[in-house]
Design a protein. Sequence first.
Lengths: 210, 263
Amino acid sequence: MGARSVKEPALRRWRVSREVALEIPLLPRIANGDSTAIDECLDRYGGLVWSLARRLSASPSDAEDAVQEIFIDVWRNADRFRADVAEEATFVAMLARRRLIDRVRKQQRRTLDSRPIDESTLEYAAPVQTPPMELAEDASQATACLEQLRIDERRVLELSIYHGLPQTSIAERTGLALGTVKTHARRGLSQLRDCMAAKGRRRERGGVTL
Amino acid sequence: MSSNSAANSDRWEELQATRLLFGLSADEQVENDDLARQMPADSATQFDTVVAAIDVAWADAQQPLPEQLRRAIRSRAEQEIASKKVASPQVSPVGLGSRGRSVNYAPWLVAAASVALALFTWLANRPVQRTEPTIAQLRSELMASADDLLRADWSAGTTPIEGATGDVVWSSSRQQGYMRFRGLTVNEPTREQYQLWIFDKNQSDKTPIDGGVFDVAASDEVIVPINAKLRVQEALMFAITIEKPGGVVVSSRERLPLLAKVE
């Protein structure tokens, strides 16, 4: 990948969005009962949650239900958000993934087969590549660290995180043994964690306690 | 670090990766809970942050929430946030400036006690205002908690209504379910009503279970609770017919706009 030339308007937009994301979190207002923050929260995180739900849900109506449940989790857990541990978008994404994986598990018990609905996901296309300048700090570090993974490890993480494929499908698709898929997933995440920490995260080691 | 603890550490990380990416099986969940007691507390969520950061990076957040979905979330949010306001009353600090002064508070205390007694009496005898959950909340709670939940999307029946969509959820163990519709034609209850029929595994196709009659008052999202007249053992299909007011015992199925097959 060649060097990016950062144009001034894009840089300014990035700075503005990062200022909003980092310095004016909305969840403390939600936690304090400020209902005027609801629309701002939906504006800021609606697209993120909707994107995750479409990728990891079996049908459009399932995705809609998931989004409703995720935002209920967001409202109820707003007082657990700590800006010194993770960025707000990361916190919301964590809540979203937990709910979505929980729903996938329940559906698998019921149908034994769950397919994502997003067409691009069905074709196993590569994830959306947002320019690093437009990403918040956590996500920007994550994408930089992903580039350092071995191709096999990155592919396993793409197929699981982005496409929501179960382990057996990843094994079939990649030709890897099931145990190797698990090992790649673990090693990949472990390396990402260490890489992100090494990139000078301002936070101490550890995740967000939910 | 001993080889045993190193193996535990690797397995712990593998379980955390599995939990986040694929979900744990029942056996893995037990193993996870056992290992959690031995591992540092913060290690349980380290991968969560990593995966969430990737989720943010890979999100295609350009597509906004559908408007009707946003309205539904907003409506529920106001209820949730209003309940937070009630739950955390503020206590005013005691004024420090009065410390050490010799003031006779007795009349004030008597007056305050009288007011408190009157307030208590009123509170104890007033009509209780209980906030009932909405149908949407009941549906969400059923979906979140029922292990045997069935779900099926509505599809066009023999006499379809253009643009009508939605789904049905049903739990046989709870004998509870909800239908959700969008774009279903508003009916005039004095002329005709919608009626639900539930095709059960243990019931002849000719005599499906009556799921109750209902009206549609708005063409945007409507959620209707299912009112099955007989116990449903194993639902195979749901059908909506249009019938005379009050419904029928046996439908001619002449007007059958929607079907939902359980896959």
